[in-house]
Write a protein of this length. Structure first.
Lengths: 330, 152
């Protein structure tokens, strides 16, 4: 399912990142970084909610808007019942849609907002996502202070909040088209190998997008997936070739960009979490686009619809990917 | 056809091709050495307690276990033991330090969710399994011993 948009622009973005991202190579591009994991709050969950709320307030001030001028807030995160979004929205008092597609939530939000803006149903919208490394560890894996070893394919949930302000005013980055993905499950059960879980969904969405728009991969200066990690990246390239006969050259993965995988060994195969793709895209990639180094970027956010309950019931992990085509305004 | 058995099995092979091997030999080696050191330290503690308090070996063994549990909990609470465990792996997980570490880390994690609903309900999240199957296997082997006539 692909949409084309006439008048949708991402006018402003705000990115706030945590301590590990601060040590990473993209640190200078973030609007704000924190040295620790609590940000003055008592728990990880409350800290994550603060990140999301703060990024919304930051994008509001960058766009020179007040809360009452915003028609809609769309937000999602990884915590159970998307509490980071819910509690932030409770404080923000902007009409709110909470969404969940795991780490694909960022692009899911952008697609919903773009459709509504393009049809003139709303005049503007803020799309936000957040994730918190320790909050995700607590919910999906082991206690934070537990030191059980992890396999090399494990990814490291990024800590961050990212918000984008969208409207029909022509400034910033243009949202050109978008493709909604289909849930794909090729039977991978390993919750420590999310790259392998999500690669087929990403490949399928990229294929569908190129087919619907009748484009070749080299139409884009960069095709970038969300959080496949270094091994998932290779799996995607290989799978794309064998399954769809598409050779991805101008391709990268935000999981491998946000951290220095050589120096930051703790992150194993790279970053993950809903905040990973937008943290890289809204800061570093938009900077490259505004400098004219990239003109057309296809962002494919990937999400594993993973639940510890279902994995314990021996089911494999379904995954989803949504694509959005971003362009420099001519 | 996306998602059929044929594709799932070819995909599994593709994933395998790009999945790195874990360094089992290195990990095993580290665990062997650290575990060995733990054994030496334990023996020294038993000898020390036995000599210093003039108590029998079995009681000194209990003292040694208490020391290990205490240090495992203390180092976890101080926040650096997880890094040791990540490095030493089964060298520190299999001894009683790993058991203490799992309980303490879970207790720390849930302490802000209340004494009953947080610490009480979640403290044995990881260690509960060890306790349950420890007791079950103790029964099984106890009964086996009785049947085989070794019981006193």
């Amino acid at each position: 399912m692909t949409f084309h948009y006439q008048n949708v622009y991402i006018n402003e973005t705000a990115t706030i990142a945590g301590p590990f991202e601060k040590k990473g190579p993209l640190s200078p591009y973030f609007d704000k970084t924190y040295e620790e994991f609590y940000f003055g709050k008592k728990t990880f969950e409350q800290a994550e909610s603060k990140l999301l709320e703060e990024s919304v307030n930051m994008v509001l001030s960058k766009a020179e808007k007040t809360k009452s001028e915003i028609d809609l807030l769309i937000a999602g995160d990884l915590l159970n019942q998307i509490v980071s979004s819910g509690y932030a929205a409770s404080n923000l008092q902007i009409p709110f849609l909470g969404i969940y597609n795991a780490c694909a939530s960022s692009v899911e939000g952008l697609i919903i907002a773009s459709n509504m803006i393009d049809k003139n149903q709303i005049k503007n919208c803020i799309c936000s996502v957040s994730s918190h490394n320790l909050g995700a560890e607590k919910q999906f894996r082991y206690p934070v202070e537990y030191g059980g070893p992890k396999p090399k394919t494990a990814t490291f949930t990024t800590t961050g909040g990212a918000s984008a302000y969208l409207s029909y005013h022509k400034s910033g980055i243009r949202v050109e088209s978008a493709t909604i993905g289909t849930v794909t499950d090729l039977g991978i059960k390993d919750a420590y190998h999310m790259g392998a879980v999500m690669a087929p969904a990403a490949a399928r969405t990229i294929y569908e997008h190129l087919k619907d728009t009748k484009r070749k991969p080299d139409y884009y200066d960069l095709i970038v997936t969300g959080d496949l990690g270094i091994y998932g990246k290779e799996i995607l390239k290989d799978y794309m070739k064998t399954e769809y006969q598409i050779d991805l050259k101008n391709y990268n993965d935000t999981a491998t960009m946000i951290f220095d995988l050589e120096k930051q060994k703790d992150v194993h195969a790279g970053g993950s979490g809903p905040a990973c793709a937008p943290l890289v895209t809204y800061s570093y990639l938009f900077d490259l686009m505004k400098k004219g180094k990239l003109k057309r970027v296809l962002l494919v956010a990937t999400g594993a619809l993973h639940s510890t309950t279902m994995v314990n019931q021996k089911l494999s992990i379904p995954s989803i990917a949504h694509a959005i085509s971003l362009e420099v305004i001519e | 056809m996306i998602g059929d058995d044929m594709e799932k099995s070819t995909y599994k092979d593709l994933v395998k091709k790009h999945t790195p091997k874990e360094d089992s030999l290195l990990n095993g080696g580290i665990a062997f050495i650290v575990g060995g050191i733990m054994g030496v330290v334990a023996q020294l503690l038993i000898d020390f307690y036995g000599y210093y308090f003039s108590i029998p070996k079995s009681a000194a063994g209990t003292f040694m276990l208490i020391t290990f549990i205490f240090l495992g909990c203390l180092f976890t609470a101080l926040g650096f033991f997880d890094k040791w465990v990540t490095f030493a792996k089964c060298g520190l997980i299999i001894p009683i330090t790993g058991f203490a570490h799992s309980i303490m880390s879970a207790a720390l994690e849930f302490r802000k969710e209340g004494f009953v609903t947080g610490i009480g309900a979640n403290m044995l999240k990881l260690a509960g399994t060890v306790i349950i199957y420890g007791i079950v296997s103790a029964y099984v082997f106890g009964i086996l011993r009785l049947i085989l006539g070794g019981a006193v």
